[in-house]
Every structure is written in structure tokens, then in C-alpha cells.
Design a protein around this ligand. Structure first.
Ligand SMILES: [Zn+2]
Length: 296
């Protein structure tokens, strides 16, 4: 039987509310700030530099056609909570939060908070985005693409993940993009922008899908996701078109964004979407077939 690779050259997925509204910011930036606490093997300066580089990767790729950007902010005492302050944290000791243990194969988890108001204009407005990095199972470093092995290397049981590669992918989630293929962690495939179901990640895929930043797998030490693909860029530029300017950022809230200024948000109306191992990850899995690839 002939198997035809699935996915066209302009396929991307936006994350959506239960009622189907795309998740989106309603101001011109998403502010992200690292926690000032990092593990000894990961200097804070490296985390700051990688966040800045990853934000810049999206800005350079989309500034000509989109109205949004990610603005890194100074480190501080951050926490992963729907507090309106975009936080970047490295978890050590335990890979999980509250009652939830995260997928150990996931290198990162991005959690978005958004307004869940089916049928209303506010449905899908993002109010908070936090990224947690798995410092338990992964050794994060800034990998030199020209010399990917020129590092001390991960500890026993750890895998190597390039910080900038991981963060560029996670920042795609922060902006509202989902994975560009179906990783079977949900009951049904996510819908591409054109309404078609995303193809299974473990099926035949076009090179355009496999090489996109929002493809949910990566090899150890991979750096190629630092560069958003045409599909990734189109996803951002169609979600935030430059000819529809957004209000400037609110920069006064503890270094974070208030996505809905002047509005009292009722906690009941806020839904947390944790894009867990399935959506924001970097762990090795053996897929059906001969490929040995990993989440990112
Ligand atoms: Zn992801």
C-alpha cells in the first residue's frame, strides 16, 4: 500500500477552548520572566540569555507580519500560578506541581490560563502563561550547533536539551500555537487552521511538519527548533495580523502582563490548560516504527 505523507506546507494548529475559540493574547506582547532560582549546573545568566534568544527568534521571524512579541523581563521570585505574571522556572527535586506529577519524558510544561466563556467574545483570551523546565530528567545547556558534544554532558539518567531549542518551542505555546501533529495524547486530533484534523505524529509526515518548531519531538541536543518554520510564522501572523494592531502591554504588574485590563476576572471563568508532556515536552519515546525520537 502506498503511504502518502500527510500535512501540507501551510499547516499549523492553534490551541482552543472547549468551545473551539482559539487561545490568544489581546495585547501586543507576552511578558516572560525567569525565576531567580536555578539549579547549580544552570547559571541564571544562561537561562536569561536563552529566554532572550528564544523570544528574539520569534520576533525576527514574525515582526514583519505580526502584531505581537514576547518581551523577556528581569528575573525575580517567580512561581507557576495563574497570577498574570509569565514565569519561567526550572524544577528540581520533583517534576510536578501540586497534586500533579508531570510526564517524566517531558522536558518542559507550558501552562496557559485563559478565559473560558463559551459563546462570548472573551472566550480564549489568554491571561497567564508559565513555563516549567524539567531539571530532574534533563540537563539543560546552551548547545553549540557546530559542536553539540562540547559540553560536560548530562548526569546519569538525564538527557541533554538545548535551552534555546526548548524555549523557542515553549514560547510558541505561550503565543497560542499547539503541536502541528496529533501525538495521541488527546482523544481526537487537534484541528489545523483550515479545519482539517492534524495528522498523527507517528504516521508519515511531510518534511515541513517534521522540521517545524511546533513539531512535538526532538533529538537530544537538537537546535533546529530555534528557527521557526514558514508554518510556525504563518500561525503567528494569522493569529496576530500586523494590520490589526493590539493595545500596548501593561508593564506595571510585577513585571507581568495583565491580559484583561480594567476587568475583574472571576476565577470560575478562568480555565487552566496545562500542555503537559504531550504538548510541551522533550522526552525520549519509542514510536511505532523504526524512528527513535523524542518529545520536545
Ligand atoms: Zn510542545
Amino acid at each position: 500500500m502506498m503511504v502518502t505523507p500527510q500535512g501540507d506546507a501551510t499547516a499549523y494548529v492553534r490551541m482552543r477552548t472547549p468551545a473551539g475559540a482559539p487561545l490568544r493574547w489581546t495585547q501586543g506582547c507576552a511578558l516572560m520572566s525567569p525565576s531567580e532560582r536555578t539549579p547549580p549546573e544552570l547559571p541564571l545568566a544562561d537561562l536569561v540569555a536563552a529566554l532572550s534568544a528564544a523570544a528574539g527568534n520569534w520576533s525576527r521571524a514574525t515582526s514583519a507580519c505580526s502584531a505581537i512579541a514576547i518581551h523577556p523581563r528581569a528575573p525575580g521570585p517567580r512561581r507557576a500560578a495563574p497570577d498574570g505574571v509569565g514565569a519561567l522556572l526550572v524544577l528540581t527535586g520533583r517534576w510536578g506541581r501540586g497534586q500533579v506529577d508531570y510526564d517524566p519524558s517531558a522536558a518542559a510544561v507550558t501552562t496557559l490560563a485563559f478565559q473560558n466563556r463559551p459563546g462570548q467574545a472573551e472566550d480564549g483570551i489568554i491571561t497567564d502563561a508559565d513555563i516549567e523546565l524539567n531539571g530532574v530528567g534533563f540537563f539543560f545547556a546552551i548547545v553549540d550547533p557546530a559542536a553539540p558534544t562540547a559540553l560536560p554532558g548530562p548526569g546519569p539518567g538525564q538527557r541533554l536539551a538545548d535551552l534555546e531549542n526548548t524555549l523557542t518551542h515553549e514560547l510558541g505555546h505561550v503565543l497560542g500555537l499547539g503541536h502541528n501533529c496529533w501525538d495521541r495524547q488527546t482523544a481526537t486530533p487537534p484541528l489545523q487552521h483550515d479545519g482539517h484534523p492534524a495528522p498523527p505524529c507517528d504516521g508519515p509526515l511531510t518534511p515541513a511538519l517534521r522540521t517545524a518548531t511546533m513539531f512535538p519531538y526532538a533529538a537530544d541536543g537538537e537546535t533546529s527548533k530555534r528557527t521557526p518554520s514558514e508554518d510556525d510564522i504563518r500561525g503567528i501572523c494569522e493569529a496576530y495580523p500586523k494590520d490589526e494592531p493590539l493595545p500596548p502591554c501593561e508593564q506595571t504588574v510585577q513585571g507581568g502582563c495583565q491580559a484583561v485590563r480594567g476587568r475583574t476576572m472571576r476565577p470560575r471563568a478562568i480555565l487552566l490548560l496545562a500542555v503537559l508532556g504531550l504538548v510541551a515536552t522533550c522526552g525520549r519515546v519509542r514510536m511505532r516504527g523504526r524512528l527513535r525520537i523524542s518529545y520536545s
